[in-house]
Design a protein around this ligand. Structure first.
Ligand SMILES: NC(=O)c1ccc[n+]([C@@H]2O[C@H](COP(=O)([O-])OP(=O)(O)OC[C@H]3O[C@@H](n4cnc5c(N)ncnc54)[C@H](OP(=O)(O)O)[C@@H]3O)[C@@H](O)[C@H]2O)c1
Length: 350
């Protein structure tokens, strides 16, 4: 069996180098319920935590990566005030506009409000901060990162997410952000937003990967004409920050077989699985080779039975599970037994 995998893997590597020779297909766009268009793939820019806290770009490495991404055809960048990447994304966009490679209208920037700025009147100043850091004069899509409000010291605040949503409606009305949506909301929280809000959320950003297929939430969002963005699309298939997780990996025979059929890599098959389910993947990479690999997914399409084969990996296992917030009244996920320490404590208001 192992030998069979090795020979499979050899074939995949040959095929993937062939597919890398082809030019990158343009990223199609989806229309959101407010009539605006959003590219069907984005670049994730969360660089993670290390022993010193949130990882930041050094020597403009991330700016240079975004410059490369724009050359490869990426037009959509997913960031957040907590990621510390808004500045270098903005710098790269500005440079490519100056080079006349793109116009501002060609580029789509999603950023997110952090949990410590949930009071209605704090939202506008958070957006001004994002604009100042990025140098952009508007944000394409502004998301409430979590339905969870926190005080500056990371204790739970009693600000209701509907108050925060009114703040997002204010900045939308002012034209500082073109579209608004939410992230990490569950179905009941979305329903409340739809019933009580004056502006409908156009996007829901949630964790979607082969072990977390989110069938119910995606079909609910679809029934309400809410576009879904899928974060952590590679889930547990990849090692993360030096740690391996249980479950199938990129060399899983099901993924390998589909990859071989299309002359693609298993990573490309997984990204295409999201696209074919009408979910916008936002894979993160800081590796130029994988940057090209991850965008080269618009020249093939999975069959329904292949989508279903990948759906069968589902185990409802979350990678992002902030159990340290699970006693918050608006915690969106099911509670777990093992409570992790809060890595955000001490970061202060972002
Ligand atoms: N809304 C939220 O609460 C939330 C939460 C989490 C993430 N997000 C967003 O979603 C984005 C993506 O999620 P993520 O960063 O957690 O995970 P991801 O994109 O699923 O996976 C990233 C990992 O996969 C590796 N990788 C990338 N392309 C690969 C390929 N073709 N083959 C093999 N390995 C590959 C990366 O390593 P290299 O960098 O070395 O290539 C990195 O270790 C984030 O960056 C962020 O923008 C949002």
């Amino acid at each position: 069996m192992y030998r069979q995998y090795l020979s499979f893997f050899g074939k995949i590597q040959k095929l993937s180098s062939k597919c890398r020779m082809k030019s990158t297909a343009a990223v199609p766009k989806l229309t959101m319920s407010d009539g605006r268009e959003i590219p069907a793939l984005g670049l994730g820019t969360y660089l993670g935590f290390d022993k010193n806290g949130m990882v930041s770009s050094k020597d403009k490495q991330h700016r240079d990566l975004v410059l490369k991404a724009i050359d490869l055809g990426y037009r959509h960048f997913d960031t957040a005030s907590i990621y510390n990447t808004e500045d270098e994304i903005g710098e790269a966009v500005e440079m490519k506009i100056a080079e006349r490679v793109v116009t501002r209208e060609d580029v789509f920037v999603t950023t997110k409000l952090w949990n410590t700025q949930h009071k209605q009147e704090e939202v506008a100043s958070a957006v001004w901060d994002a604009l100042e850091k990025s140098g952009l004069d508007y944000i394409d899509l502004y998301l409430m990162h979590w339905p969870i409000g926190l005080n500056a010291d990371y204790s739970f605040s009693d600000v209701d997410f509907m108050e925060t949503w009114r703040g997002l409606e204010d900045v939308h009305k002012l034209g500082l952000v073109k579209s608004i949506g939410v992230s990490n909301f569950n179905k009941e929280q979305l329903q409340r937003l739809l019933e009580e809000g004056s502006v409908r959320p156009v996007v829901l950003q949630i964790e979607v990967h082969p072990q977390m297929i989110q069938e119910d939430l995606i079909s609910f969002a679809r029934s309400e004409d809410i576009t879904v963005m899928g974060y952590s699309p590679f889930g547990f298939l990849v090692e993360r920050f030096g740690k391996q997780f249980p479950g199938p990996k990129m060399d899983d025979p099901v993924l390998m077989e589909i990859a071989l059929k299309y002359g693609k890599t298993p990573a490309q098959v997984v990204l295409r699985w999201l696209v074919d389910r009408n979910v916008i993947p936002i894979p993160k990479t800081v590796n130029p080779k994988r940057l090209k690999e991850n965008i080269s997914i618009f020249d093939f399409k999975l069959e329904q039975d292949e989508i279903e084969k990948i759906n069968r990996f589902n185990s409802n296992k979350r990678y992002t599970e902030p159990s340290f917030w699970q006693t918050h009244p608006h915690y969106p996920f099911e509670q777990v037994k093992d409570i992790l320490p809060d890595p955000f404590k001490g970061l202060g208001t972002i």
